[in-house]
Ligand binder design. Structure first.
Ligand code: NAG
Ligand code: NAG
Ligand code: NAG
Ligand code: NAG
Length: 578
């Protein structure tokens, strides 16, 4: 009934507002030709912040990654794209599309999904891909209808023999899930369907993020044919006071190995992860728990907390993330959007906004209490001119330059060994907020064991640098590792968001060495502490430390020396991206 009304509304719109229709067609013209903009891509010198090996379109606004998958040996990435400019334009958002054989080099394809039906005429928002039993990939995505309701739509490939999946056909049954008086769903808060999973009863399940007042939740729907969906009585999971859940993601992980599982996998060696992107705080948090598939509910493990007090994939910028199962290498890979920290007027000037993080493999840590993330091994194909420094002590108050790397575009791995723990600073029990601790204790606040780490995108005279570092504290009954990414000195331009990020790392520094890897790429620094146990991504815009004027240093500003047992750095080649 509601759908019939919407169609009627749409036809009314088409028949009576001719100029509106003309505008729509004009914009479709823009969508179809945007891939030619490649030719107008600007050079690195005039664009010091354009990345060399991160995924981004030639120009304009990009946000969420959508429907990542591998199909017939080709990796696909769709993404939220505004063909009309470098700022978010709600109504005009389309699904742009790129393909790759190695997840590093990407070929742009034509826009896959754009507003064309009543059920998505005001925007084609985020969604996910599911490989059906017969091997066909199906896309579920959120559409905005003329009543400004958020509804879920289905699209299937026009030609499933085409590994590039260039043409998509929308289901005539769209919208396949919609708010209605009987289901009491908030039509302004109902979006971003996940990859579906197949139950033992042969029915597909999918979840969609929503909220009821301040309670965030994931509505569950079931379907026998992927077209007719019925809402389950109970949501898969909900949590008080977390606000709107965007871009939910739900997937199995192995309890005893880093291999990834297909999304439908169940069994005794499986735990589940539920991730929600919190609209209120712009953080991607997750819990680890049990999926009771008989009752179709998910219960986080004891101690695995919902909301901002829980675990995050990344403690810097990292939003609207989405995983997929890479059946070619039996791993689960994570994509996420890293937005700009520059001003809107700077974004308009440079002509683009938004990059994707380097895809990460994710698996369950041996402790079972958190995930571990590591950049895909393929990114190492871009490493060139390796620099390996010999093991050495780094005295308190010293700085060591890593020579001969293109420091604006580099990959660096450093490992520290510590001693003299008796001198570690005592952790005040009130210091429970690591981000706050990092902003209070920057690199110039000298401790005993730390700060030590890396100064990246640094200018020769240190007018600019981004510091990624550790501090070791003596806690109640163990030593505590703090990891910080401090952007406060990253740029002489005052218009950027220079928030300091921080998190604790679950590594025992007495018995284990402490490692840090940073992927540096012109305006982004993605850092992985403790072999991927804690991650922090930052966007920075140096004015001096650009191109060849960027430097890379290791530093120790504690009073105690630390031993560098490994320091390897590589210049990173440019990838062929779009
Ligand atoms: C479908 O795709 C295959 C593989 O690219 C191609 O050979 C075939 O011609 C396509 N069929 C149609 C109807 O376009
Ligand atoms: C529905 O969601 C919108 C958008 O967040 C919000 O403004 C509104 O208050 C919500 N309505 C109810 C009844 O919760
Ligand atoms: C993007 O960045 C700005 C400023 O750095 C921040 O305030 C905002 O919440 C971010 N948005 C998302 C979706 O991450
Ligand atoms: C180390 O600390 C001193 C004293 O506070 C400060 O002057 C110096 O800038 C710090 N070094 C770095 C790399 O921040």
């Amino acid at each position: 009934m509601a759908i019939f009304f919407m169609r009627l509304f749409f036809y009314f719109f088409v028949l009576h507002f001719g100029h509106g229709v003309f505008e729509l067609e004009a914009s479709h013209h823009v969508y179809h030709t945007f891939q030619n903009l490649e030719e107008s891509a600007v050079s690195a010198t005039s664009q010091p912040y354009r990345t060399g090996y991160h995924f981004q379109p030639p120009k304009n606004w990009m946000n969420d990654p959508n429907g990542p998958m591998i199909y017939k040996g080709i990796y696909h990435l769709f993404y939220q794209y505004n063909p009309k400019g470098a700022v978010k334009g709600k109504g005009s958002i389309v699904w742009a599309h790129s393909t790759s054989r190695d997840l590093v080099n990407w070929t742009p394809q034509k826009v896959a999904i754009y507003p064309s039906q009543p059920s998505d005429i005001d925007g084609t928002w985020s969604g996910s891909a599911t490989i059906l039993q017969d091997g066909t990939p199906a896309l579920l995505y959120t559409g905005i209808n003329p009543l400004h309701q958020q509804v879920q739509n289905l699209a299937l490939p026009k030609n499933s023999s085409d590994p590039y999946l260039l043409e998509w056909v929308k289901s005539p049954k769209n919208a396949v899930m919609a708010p209605a008086p009987e289901n009491q769903i908030n039509a302004s808060s109902f979006r971003d369907p996940t990859t579906a999973w197949l139950g033992v009863d042969g029915r597909w399940r999918v979840i969609i993020g929503s909220k009821i007042n301040r309670k965030g939740l994931a509505y569950l729907y079931r379907s026998k044919d992927f077209v007719h969906w019925i809402k389950a009585k109970r949501p898969l999971h909900s949590a008080k006071n977390t606000g709107m859940w965007e871009c939910v993601d739900f997937f199995p992980v192995s309890v005893n190995s880093p291999v990834g599982f297909d999304t439908s996998t169940l069994g005794p060696t499986v735990k589940h992860v539920l991730k929600a992107s919190l609209d209120d705080t712009k953080h991607d948090y997750y819990t680890i728990g049990e999926y009771d598939h008989a009752k179709d509910i998910y219960i986080p493990d004891e101690g695995s907390l919902d909301g901002d007090s829980g675990l995050r994939y990344d403690y810097g910028k990292f939003y609207a993330s989405k995983t997929f199962f890479d059946s070619a290498k039996n791993r689960r890979l994570l994509w996420a959007w890293l937005n700009e920290s520059s001003s809107v007027s700077d974004d308009i000037k440079k002509g683009w906004a938004g990059i994707q993080a380097i895809p990460r493999a994710v698996w369950l840590d041996k402790s079972g209490k958190q995930l571990v993330q590591w950049p895909i091994e393929e990114i190492e194909m871009l490493r060139t001119n390796p620099v390996h420094l010999p093991s050495q002590d780094l005295k308190g108050g010293s700085v060591l330059e890593v020579p001969s790397v293109t420091a604006a575009q580099a990959d660096v791995e450093i490992t520290f060994k510590l001693s003299n723990f008796r001198k570690a600073e005592v952790l005040d029990p009130s210091w429970t907020n690591p981000q706050l601790l990092c902003s209070q204790k920057g690199t110039s606040v000298r401790g005993s064991l730390g700060p030590f780490g890396l100064l990246v995108l640094a200018s020769k005279g240190m007018q600019e640098y981004t510091s990624v570092f550790f501090r070791i504290f003596k806690g109640q009954n163990k030593h505590v590792v703090l990891m910080c990414s401090d952007q406060s000195r990253s740029s002489l331009n005052p218009d950027n968001d220079k928030t300091t990020y921080g998190t604790f790392v679950d590594v025992d520094p007495v018995h284990k060495q402490l490692s840090l890897r940073s992927l540096i790429d012109r305006s982004v620094v993605e850092s992985f502490g403790g072999q991927g146990k804690s991650c922090i991504s930052a966007r920075v815009y140096p004015t001096l430390a650009i191109n060849k004027a960027a430097h890379l240093y290791a530093f120790n500003n504690g009073s105690e020396s630390v031993t560098i047992t490994r320091l390897s750095a590589w210049s990173m080649k440019k990838a062929h991206i779009n």
